[in-house]
Design a binder for this molecule. Structure first.
Ligand SMILES: [Zn+2]
Length: 252
């Protein structure tokens, strides 16, 4: 029987050093608190677009981000397996869901749309099963595939779209730096690396990448609806890059 209450054997750098200091309240205090930045991004995204008529898909994506941040904060506070799933399952769901949404962009027949839905739904279920029963490292590779695919699709489709094109460098550089910092923290932990809090940087950068993908999805929807993009106001204010979707007037 799988024990949800067991201590995870992940060795994040902060955890290794705080274990040394015998912190009995938080296994990883900074990692735990910084996870809430991901939740903040989800809440802020919903707040900033409260007057917009968002699609259910966009709302779901923001909510997944909120849950992911809370799950991550709980996981880093005590490194229990159950909370690891609360952290990672929303990550799997958001990553496969965003790939589904963007691959939908290329599907011009109803059959293809159903097939895409079936494929990504199965992929998501398989990922979760692998994560629980096989090995968490396998999950990381498979989580990265839909994430990378989403960025590739956005890049290809955005080449002719002025509004999105300018944030493509950000969309590529942020996750690459995030994954690099995550790996250094995980594999090269020492007393010097520890003080850089690289896993905290990962939370901030990957959270920002996720929010960019959601915002780009909203802008893609405007293109699909054939809105007059010259009239759309884009706000590029950290941490959000968002469009005033109420300004959509159809191109005649
Ligand atoms: Zn984390």
């Amino acid at each position: 029987m799988y024990n949800w209450n067991t201590h995870s054997n992940f060795n994040f750098c902060e955890g290794q050093i705080s274990a040394y200091h015998h912190n009995k309240y938080f296994e990883e205090f900074i990692n735990s608190i910084s996870s809430l930045f991901i939740t903040f991004l989800g809440v802020y995204g919903l707040y900033i677009s409260r007057n917009f008529k968002l699609s259910k898909g966009v709302i779901k994506s923001y909510v997944l981000l909120i849950i992911c941040g809370i799950g991550s904060a709980l996981f880093h506070s005590n490194l229990i397996e159950l909370f690891r799933y609360l952290d990672e399952f929303p990550m799997i769901l958001s990553s496969t869901y965003s790939t589904y949404i963007f691959s939908y962009y290329f599907a011009n027949s109803r059959l293809l749309k159903y097939l895409l839905c079936l494929f990504w739904y199965s992929y998501c279920i398989i990922l979760m099963a692998l994560n629980i029963f096989i090995h968490p490292d396998l999950f990381r590779t498979l989580f990265g595939i839909p994430m990378a695919l989403t960025i590739i699709i956005i890049t290809i489709v955005s080449i002719k779209k002025n509004i999105i094109r300018r944030i493509i460098p950000r969309l590529i550089i942020l996750p690459v730096v995030a994954v690099t910092l995550w790996s250094i923290d995980m594999h090269y932990c020492c007393s010097y690396i520890h003080y850089l809090y690289l896993h905290t940087c990962w939370h901030i950068l990957i959270g920002y990448t996720a929010i960019l993908i959601i915002e780009i999805n909203i802008i893609f929807t405007l293109y699909r609806k054939k809105c007059n993009m010259d009239q759309i106001i884009i706000y590029d204010k950290f941490p959000l890059f968002y469009a005033d979707i109420n300004k959509c007037t159809k191109v005649k």
